[in-house]
Design a protein around this ligand. Structure first.
Ligand SMILES: [Zn+2]
Length: 242
């Protein structure tokens, strides 16, 4: 990959200076590769970042960012063509990103709560999640009991404790030692980003995260469904009432 992924190192970085490495026409705009980026590409259930990139004489609106063929592509609309070698200043739409971070981290809090309640990964194996407008987490396996209230209470207990999220890159074998579960298909030949929740545990994760659990707000579990042998935990976040 040609792009240095700044968002992996610091989820709170909102701006960057970058150089255009590649430009390809796309629809009524262009898709471009930059040497570094704070823009999070849609993936891992987290929506794309949006924002602007500008030089002294050029301005582009970034409406989506995608990881494709091993590269990060910024899809831009602009009045004129961006050129290779152009120096740009990029700024993400922070309000949108922060909301996405809150929802994504809340999903992990729900998942850690499932672990603390001893449903995951033994009875239910985490499978995938979506942390967009209607967030949910899918587990392989079904439960006979209704754990909606119990899960919501446990998740909000973690929120109230204001536990710290931290990330670090480490080899697979180190991650394996501390992870509460490992999703299939993790690459073995490069350092993996580990997400730790203070006093609870760790998982592999490449998304953006808030610094501590209290930042997500109140977690609400409106519905847990059984679907084709899977359990779908729906959740959303609301502002904390003081
Ligand atoms: Zn995640």
């Amino acid at each position: 990959m040609k792009t240095q992924l700044l968002y992996l190192e610091n989820s709170y970085l909102k701006e960057m200076d970058a150089v255009v490495l590649e430009v390809i026409p796309d629809g009524s705009g262009w898709k471009i590769i930059l040497d570094k980026s704070v823009f999070y590409p849609m993936g891992g259930g987290q929506p794309t970042d949006q924002g602007t990139i500008t030089s002294d004489s050029w301005k582009g609106d970034v409406y989506q960012v995608l990881m494709k063929d091993g590269e990060i592509w910024h899809y831009v609309k602009a009045l004129s063509v961006p050129t290779i070698g152009m120096k740009l200043h990029g700024v993400i739409n922070w309000e949108r990103r922060y909301k996405n971070m809150q929802v994504h981290s809340a999903g992990h809090i729900v998942d850690f709560a499932m672990y603390l309640l001893d449903y995951s990964p033994n009875t239910l194996m985490p499978f995938k999640g979506d942390h967009g407008k209607k967030p949910y987490i899918v587990y392989i396996g079904e439960l006979k009991e209704d754990i909606k209230q119990k899960l919501e209470d446990k998740a909000n207990e973690l929120v109230k404790k204001d536990l710290k999220f931290t990330t670090l890159f480490q080899p697979f074998k180190n991650l394996q030692k501390e992870a509460i579960y490992l999703q299939p298909g993790l690459p073995l030949n490069k350092p993996l980003r580990t997400l730790r929740l203070e006093t609870v545990g760790a998982v592999a994760d490449g998304g953006t995260q808030v610094r501590s659990t209290k930042e997500v707000g109140k977690i609400i579990i409106p519905l847990i469904e059984n679907k084709d042998g899977n359990t779908v935990v729906n959740y959303f976040v609301a502002p904390l009432s003081s």
